[in-house]
Design a protein around this ligand. Structure first.
Ligand SMILES: Cc1cc2nc3c(=O)[nH]c(=O)nc-3n(C[C@H](O)[C@H](O)[C@H](O)COP(=O)(O)OP(=O)(O)OC[C@H]3O[C@@H](n4cnc5c(N)ncnc54)[C@H](O)[C@@H]3O)c2cc1C
Length: 385
């Protein structure tokens, strides 16, 4: 029987929404507080690893996700480089799916609505106060919310994390990444056909990396793409995240053309774009303090290039709910970190080795229903630790 009555969740991203659904399944009431005033999202798409798909199955939304997502390519090609054609990237492709952020977040929101879980918008967490019997969240609009526990699912720049670990700082990872959605009507016929048929386009050299593939089964002439590169120092926000989008796209297209004309053509046909700089966080000593826990990017921002952040967020979400279903909150939060941090820390450490690091994601599983005698330490399969 659950020992927790009400949990406040900060953030209505993948981690927050999935945690709300999982807690509801565990018989714990959750209220979600989201800083944005509405559901508009500036992101582009998600890779969902197999372990994340399993969690989506456990929380009852996998059919909808399958309908709106596309299998990650098993074959990648590099136009103009015969030696590189038809790379078999089974580790990146097998069983994983690509979905637009709008679709995945929309599906999770629908499930949250279906379960009558309250989501309050325009509530930006400002500070926290922990009391012997409760935790009080204060929001930038002057309002407050009191609950038994609070879960910070507020992303890589988490205010929740800042409240419980004030000395921990994000570190720039000397990398940048731009995501986009593009039409492919104007590409050369061979590249267009390969992309339409579900192959991915890849280009890597010493300076830049580029991947493009489909993420929407209904739109064969649209691809999602990711362009990434290194930088000695963080690029000034005014010249990157806040720069005029047309200007950014022109610069990226010009810079990319000498590396790969087809990739440059895809960037030139961009419909939506999202630039982001890559940050890392030193591994935290714990993912909780008192009545407050962290999940998803708030606990462990993941290099977006390995496409593991969504799977980790989903795994954390279901795992914290399972632990709260079984245990006193102090134990639940302890097991959340103790049982999961090796896997997450290892993947983050290995992300420098690039896509190779992703291979071990596929073998991980958290099932929802467990025999009573299983102890938390046994929940994480040994091969992943
Ligand atoms: C543009 C972009 C594209 C990405 N693409 C991929 C991909 O293809 N594959 C992949 O695996 N990962 C991708 N990632 C990373 C991925 O989004 C995250 O790793 C993953 O979704 C974890 O989600 P989260 O819910 O923990 O955090 P987030 O998705 O960041 O959600 C946090 C939520 O909290 C809200 N919030 C923040 N601060 C506050 C506050 N103070 N008070 C209240 N609410 C707050 C935010 O508005 C947001 O809704 C991408 C990231 C970005 C930025």
């Amino acid at each position: 029987m659950s020992k927790t009555d009400h949990v406040v969740i900060i953030g209505a991203g993948v981690a927050g929404l999935a945690a709300a659904v999982s807690l509801d399944m565990a018989g714990v009431r959750a209220t979600v507080y989201e800083g944005r005033c509405d559901n508009t999202d500036t992101g582009i798409s998600f890779v969902i690893r197999e372990s994340g798909l399993r969690v989506l199955g456990d929380i009852g939304v996998l059919d909808a996700v399958r309908k709106h997502s596309f299998p990650m390519p098993k074959r990648f090609f590099t136009p103009g480089c015969p030696g590189y054609t038809e790379n078999d990237w089974a580790d990146y492709g097998t069983g994983n799916r690509s979905i637009s952020r709008e679709d995945l977040l929309g599906i999770l929101r629908a499930e949250v609505r279906h379960r009558a879980i309250e989501v309050c918008h325009g509530k930006r967490l400002h500070s926290l106060q922990q009391h012997p019997e409760s935790v009080v969240a204060s929001f930038a609009d002057g309002t407050r919310a009191e609950s038994d526990l609070l879960i910070g699912a507020d992303g890589r720049s988490s205010v929740t994390r800042g409240c419980i670990f004030p000395s921990v700082r994000l570190q720039h990872a000397r990398a940048w990444c731009v995501y986009g959605h593009s039409g492919i009507d104007d590409l050369d016929p061979a590249s267009r056909t390969a992309l339409e048929e579900g192959a991915g386009l890849v280009m890597f050299d010493a300076e830049l990396g580029f991947l493009a593939y489909r993420d929407d089964p209904q739109l064969p002439r649209k691809v999602t793409w990711m362009l990434f590169g290194g930088t000695e120092r963080k690029i000034p926000t005014k010249s990157f995240e806040l720069v005029d989008r047309e200007m950014l796209m022109r610069e990226l297209e010009d810079g990319l053309r000498k590396h790969s004309p087809v990739a440059a053509d895809i960037v030139a046909a961009t419909l939506r774009v999202a630039p982001t700089q890559v940050f890392t966080l030193p591994a935290l000593p714990a993912w909780s303090a008192g009545r407050v826990a962290l999940i998803g990017d708030a606990a462990h921002p993941v290099d977006p290039i390995i496409g593991a952040g969504t799977a980790f967020a989903l795994e954390d979400a279901i795992y914290v709910a399972k632990m709260l279903r079984e245990h006193h909150y102090l134990d639940a939060f302890y097991y959340l970190h103790a049982d999961r941090h090796h896997r997450v820390d290892e993947m983050i450490a290995r992300s420098a080795a690039g896509l190779e690091a992703s291979m071990r994601l596929a073998t991980f599983e958290i099932g929802w229903d467990l025999p009573d005698e299983v102890t938390p330490a046994e929940l994480v399969p040994a091969p992943n630790r």
